[in-house]
Design a protein around this ligand. Sequence first.
Ligand SMILES: [Zn+2]
Length: 459
Amino acid sequence: MVVKEIIHEIDSIVDQEFDSLIASLQDFLKLKSISAQNIGMEECASFLKDTMESIGIDCKLLRRDGAFPVVFGEILNPSATKTLLIYGHYDVQPPEPLDLWDSDPFDPIIRDGKLFARGATDDKGNLWATIMAVKCLQQSGIKIPINLKFFFEGEEEIGSPNFKAYMEEHKELLSADYTILCDRGVHESGRPQMYLGHKGITHTEITIKGAKRDVHSGQAPFIPNTGWQLVWLLNKLKDEHDQILIPGYYDNVESPSAEDLDLLKKVPFDKKDYCEIYGIEDIVPQNEGVEALTSLLFNPTATINGLTSGYQGTGNKTIVPNQASAKLDFRFVKNQDPDRCVELIREYVQQHFEGEIEIKIGDVRNPSKVSPNAEVVQVAIEASQMVYKEDPVVWPMLDGAGPMSLFEEILDAPAIIVGLGAPFAYANTHAPNENISLKNYSDGIKMMAATYYLYGMRD
Ligand SMILES: [Zn+2]
């Protein structure tokens, strides 16, 4: 059969089986799996494992002490040369506040073509589509031409504390050519959506200490003022053109490639709308379109998150504050060496301040970026076009941070994110009335089935 016929076949089987596909998602959504409150985790993991096994996926629970299990599954094809790893998470956010839900968060109900339940989009709806895609392919007798592996964790909503360790301990088992993380949703415009990378991040707190105690501000000519000292120091970190002033900080930072720029041209961005949403006159770089998106996604940032010093209560208090502190986050882009950057920040701050200063720098998360030319990207784009009949919105980078770099670093299986759920603006993820539309769900199953098939069919 030619590819078009296969896609058509997938289409009809999903449509034909849709009632039972919805019912099984509802059964999954009924199970509370609230990692933050340790409710229902084991039950949900076993239900997931049993379902996967019933579809013909070999399955086991991976365990670590004190951790929620990972549900691992694989379906191997002896003649396949390619392996795709699918990531999702079966845990959900707590449903509170319950009184703001229009229906029970764990009694999935369909209203106006949408299924409402905690986890409907984030991430149970996404996850379920990836395995129902296997079920539909099996049912229509289409052989999956690749090795497929599934890594479903139960700790995403609590910050994935064991994610890295699980990966390191099961490196062989998880080995793959590429990873697709199914999370998030399609674009607000209805177009399919994917992300090829994200920034890295670290959190910093700088504290300057002065006199033994706050001092009467009559003594200001004599007593070092930590508030001013902090302002002067921060001024040396970044200028008013948004440039970080630490020498060497921009080493290796890459400009977007021609392919990245082509993708950015197709990302919808309405600056006027954006400014209206946030009540600002203009965006900081004062540029437009692709240039604006480049400033958003391809530049390292140093951001003051909060400043504290002296008296902030009602009225006045004439003191020289004896302590001042700033919390900042630093976001890294691909090819920057975050560990080196952290060293540079520390050295620079120490060099530019004489006196007592404390610099706390948190864990570093690395940036990640897959080339738009990578096979997995080409496949996902092709599958999107065939299933959604529209070009996907492809973000070469995400403005936020994430775990994608670990797939490349530990497994050598570069990762992209494909959003199968409801668009972010309407999904209500982490909030009351979380939902996924039935169309999102059915398209999601078709999208993943097409992806598995098309990936194997490429030379
Ligand atoms: Zn979430």
